[in-house]
Design a protein around this ligand. Sequence first.
Ligand SMILES: CSC[C@H]1O[C@H](OP(=O)(O)O)[C@H](O)[C@@H]1O
Ligand code: ADE
Length: 290
Amino acid sequence: MSEWTIGVIGGSGLYAIDGLEDAQSIRIDSPFGEASDEVVIGSLHGHRFVFLPRHGKGHRISPTDVNARANVDVLKRAGCTDILAISAIGSLREELPPGSFVIVDQFIDRTVNRTKSFFGTGMVAHVSMAEPVCPRLSGLAAAAARVAGAPVSEGGTYLAMEGPQFSSRAESHMYRAWGCDVIGMTAMPEAKLAREAELPYALVGMVTDYDCWREGEAHVEVGAIIAQMNSNSAKARQLVIELARSLPQQRAASPIDTCLDFALITAPDARDPRVLAQLDAVAGRALRAR
Ligand SMILES: CSC[C@H]1O[C@H](OP(=O)(O)O)[C@H](O)[C@@H]1O
Ligand SMILES: Nc1ncnc2[nH]cnc12
């Protein structure tokens, strides 16, 4: 097996991946509560892959209730080195029609009802989110998406909204004026938590709709999204296979692997042992070092 273990978080329409050898479904406990589901662990082209459906089997869990802390924690416990997240998104740009795959590289977080950090009183950390995605994994995902036959746009700003209702037209226009390219309900705090867990993260957004800003276009609703999602998800499954085919055997270190070295601020004698115990997986490396 190679040095990579890729955690794949599947969003709306992607509840499994294809081709995993020796696949096993495993429930992993987390001190942060219940993850969305069991993880499926197997190998693809000589690399370990760990799959987790973000909304659980059967899409049971609403965006606000996705326990992103538990999800990222169990992926870390499963030995993941990197996270590839896959999401359905609305488009805020004419040139990103339904069916486009957007390799997101920036976020604006407008979510308001979620726990956004593994850290807190008793162990404080401040990671940088200036460059919120991993350029290496994003580039590999973009190339894999092209081989899978998807129209790919590299770079784009994702507006994370609370939901579950879609945006009003005024909001949709405002997000466009802010420079956002796509919109969804789940990548935050997921991307922030991946960074806190020292896991390089890439987000492939699959456009399902034009949200509600576009003159003359039916405004977004779930029926149309599901139809588009089904055609996107075949390409997403192929993308994962192509990514596995293209990964090198060795994984060069990423600066994200050790980013907590520059983020932990609480003095050793002021740290709360109960908080530290919860952080054994996500911050174990950094806490042992300092
Ligand atoms: C089914 S449309 C709205 C729903 O789809 C996206 O989910 P995910 O990011 O997990 O693919 C969006 O964020 C909403 O949760
Ligand atoms: N228009 C939209 N708004 C928010 N999340 C979405 N997911 C897919 N389409 C979306």
